[in-house]
Design a protein around this ligand. Sequence first.
Ligand code: G6P
Ligand code: ZN
Length: 544
Amino acid sequence: MTSIRTIPTEPIEGQKPGTSGLRKKTEVFQTHHYLENFIQSIWNGIGGVEGKTLVLGGDGRHFNSQAAQVVLRMAAASGAKKVIVGKRALLSTPAASNLIRKRGADGGIILSASHNPGGPKGDFGVKFNAANGGPAAEGITGKIFDATKEIAEFHIAESQDIGLRMTDTVMLGEMEIEIVDPVDDYAELMAELFDFDAIRALFKSGFRMRFDAMHAVTGPYATRVLEETLGASPGTVFNAIPLPDFGEGHPDPNPTWAKQLWDEMMSDSGPDFGAASDGDGDRNMVVGRHCYVSPSDSLAVLAANATLVPGYKDGLKGVARSMPTSQAVDRVAEKLGIDCYETPTGWKFFGNLLDAGRATLCGEESFGTGSDHVREKDGLWAVLFWLNILAVKKCSVAELMESHWAAYGRNYYSRHDYEAVDSDAAAGVMEHVRSQLTTLPGTSFGSLTVAAADEFAYDDPVDGSRAEGQGLRVLFEGGGRLVLRLSGTGTEGATLRVYLEKVETDPAAFGLDPQEALAEVIAAAETIAEITSRTGRDAPDVIT
Ligand code: G6P
Ligand code: ZN
């Protein structure tokens, strides 16, 4: 008999799930009852776990294994029927989403702070995904947050740590624990969607690739699929072993943090194709030799070429992008005659569109791309999609981008991030811009004239719910935009994100550096938002 303890506790402040679950410093999660309170609040917020089947896994960061043991004991204590857990408590976010769907589970717990650094001084996170495999919608996260404010006790089974090193099925009290290989089901799904023979032939022809797994969870997935299955040469995947502190790195696939990959790709003798993925495997960056592909452009290219890929050969039902993502994909949707939805930042907003069959492909400027194959963005999936297109088109990344822009025009795009800014100063920037929304239209900044300005709100066309306060938009005549919002994923102060976009239709001007092409929008942002004087920062910390 496993005994179950009921432990009295008190609400802990600040357990409000953000853009993507609850994310805090690891040491905060390790404080007395912090994790237990939140897990119990998830159970309470979703109406209990009695008789339910859950999926569990994480990105392998510091505290992943210990937290997984707590989740198992608490699931057993509250009467869960079964937990399917990845070996060593590992599962990438898209693989977890796939498992929830494939096994018909009632939901899942993903232990990850995504692209935030890990380790004792880094970040940790917990996310609940629903039965559709996607991040819990606002209605559910709201109930979980309410539960954190009312909690008075939690339940936990007394047991030794469960061995998670081998695939196996074991019992914890009445609850079954199935330990699965974290890669198998995911790799199978990828083989169904993509033309593996064509990609194999591409590698055979001498095509060279580098994949930076950033010492995060995608290492085992990328090694299995790219090297062992598709025949990419050994060493294609580097930083392939997941480490608890990501090798002291910052597992965010962008030009700043994937610096080694970036340098290789910008060299004349570099490989043909480069890619990287983040802590939990849902983000991706793709880059050709001397050719960076912005995530917004990547979404547009995937949409434009989708029918070349077996899983999407019948065409797309629609596409969706988050509001700050560039409008490049809108142009493709227009040509294809399909709907294009604009949602708030956060993958959870795509869930209803995917479930309702209104969108097939979705993407965000924050290096997220995905489709209705799961209910999360999917890093390695995006990379395979690119490989499949390149294998069919037999051209370089740069050639593909050139022909794309020639057909659709180019949406120059960049995001400027000001990180760990004083929270009041960041709020001041937003308030200052908000106060100008009614007066900006008609005002000119150099050759730019403001056509409209507003604070973005989203009415979900499927369930009718409304999300307000989703970012400030200044829309220029001709399609350019300036967007400002505060990040919902940071753990220190505030992160101010400034999104800049300009539409270019003159082919002679397709080859500029985006920072140059966007100079006027950048200058307008400074005038309108007074970022330097209000935050004391004279340059962004990260430019993507
Ligand atoms: C996570 C979410 C994304 C979101 C991103 C940026 O990765 O899954 O959907 O776009 O965070 O969020 P932020 O609030 O930091 O801009
Ligand atoms: Zn992530």
